[in-house]
Design a binder for this molecule. Structure first.
Ligand code: KG4
Ligand code: ZN
Length: 341
């Protein structure tokens, strides 16, 4: 009989504006997943203010950790490893999580594992269903837009990325110009479903065969359209503008994902990152991949698409099993590259 002991990993995430702690069993089962969002504090500034984010993380870190252990009915004695987001993100925000993880690791003599935030977003999928390789992940968040090919666990090859704005960033900037609250993505998504995509906007396909993205031209086109209309005393329906912008973003994301999935012969397509919450994107991907019976599309629930610590624990479990260990000189790394482990 196989008496393999269950592996419990504590995840900690503080790279942007959520303070999060979670416990995950065997890299696949969420025991508890606690997230304290700061969105309300940043809203009035129209974006995340790094100083405020750091202060919130300091205030929330211990509370969130205590909540995670109390919900789980577990203690540090039950934890096999501590996985923490090492980067990328806001340096002052990352440091709070990294220092909490290092202190706990040192005090309780629990192994430490540094995790790349995007590896975390991708591994959110494994909390829903086992990943089958080769797989292709479409990572779309406030800071990232990437197509990542994975030939096995812990192997990441970035085959395409944005050359300028991330998809979520474009959503948030367009929303701000339209006078919508931060973060703008969900607001545009909602308006888009009430309008017609009748405003002509560009799609950046880039050079033939490229899996890269570019959203700054589209963002500028929306801003110019709004300014030109207001100079002429005309109004543009926010619903139609949202629908047109959203269609342009989704068209490029879905077309490139479909092309890459075919070219790389993947068994699964994994959606990851905050923009994965977008209803239009989910529907378009579902429709596209329903035509490919050999390609399975995984889309995590909304709570696992936006920043959380369960995804960090899930990715950290794989790294831990591969023997990766963080040292006590670990630092927050704002520009950390996604590398295989
Ligand atoms: O992954 P995430 O929580 O944080 C980062 O790591 O960046 O993603 C946040 C981003 C924001 O830009 C937000 O506007 C966007 O995800 N977002 C959406 C939707 N919900 C969140 N974008 C489009 N449609 C949505 N429904
Ligand atoms: Zn994120």
């Amino acid at each position: 009989m196989n008496h393999k002991k269950d592996l419990y990993v504590l995840g900690i995430e503080t790279s942007c504006d959520e303070t999060a702690a979670a416990i995950v069993k065997n890299g696949t089962d969420i025991v508890t997943n606690v997230v304290a969002s700061q969105i309300e504090s940043h809203k009035r500034f129209g974006g995340v203010v790094p100083e405020i984010a750091s202060r919130h993380h300091v205030e929330q870190m211990t509370i969130v950790l205590e909540e995670a252990f109390s919900q789980a009915g577990m203690s540090f004695d039950d934890i096999d490893a501590i996985a923490v987001t090492e980067g990328p993100g806001l340096v002052g925000a990352l440091l709070i999580g990294v220092n909490a993880a290092k202190a706990l690791s040192f005090a309780r003599n629990i192994p430490l594992v540094g995790v790349h935030h995007i590896a975390g977003h991708i591994y959110a999928n494994r909390l829903v269903q086992e990943i089958r390789f080769p797989a292709l992940a479409l990572v779309v968040s406030g800071g990232h837009t990437e197509l990542v090919y994975m030939k096995e666990h812990g192997s990441f090859e970035v085959i395409g990325e944005t050359l300028d704005d991330a998809a979520g960033e474009a959503y948030d900037k367009v929303a701000r110009t339209m006078g919508l609250p931060y973060p703008g993505g969900p607001h545009i998504d909602k308006l888009a479903h009430q309008g017609e995509a009748n405003v002509p906007l560009p799609r950046a396909w880039l050079e033939e065969g490229s899996y890269n993205f570019s959203f700054s031209g589209l963002k500028s086109a929306v801003i110019n359209t709004l300014h030109n209309a207001s100079q002429k005393g005309e109004t543009i329906s926010p619903e139609d503008l949202s629908a047109s912008f959203q269609e342009s973003v989704i068209d490029v994301l879905v077309t490139k994902t479909e092309r890459a999935a075919k070219a790389y012969g993947v068994k699964q397509v994994l959606l990851a990152g905050g923009v994965a919450a977008n209803k239009g994107l989910r529907t378009a991907l579902e429709e596209t991949f329903s035509a490919y019976p050999d390609i399975e599309l995984l889309i995590p629930p909304l709570s696992l698409c936006t920043d959380n610590a369960a995804m960090i624990a899930a990715a950290g479990t794989v790294a831990f099993e591969k023997g990766i260990r963080g040292k006590y000189d670990m630092n927050g790394q704002p520009g950390l590259e996604l590398t295989s482990f």
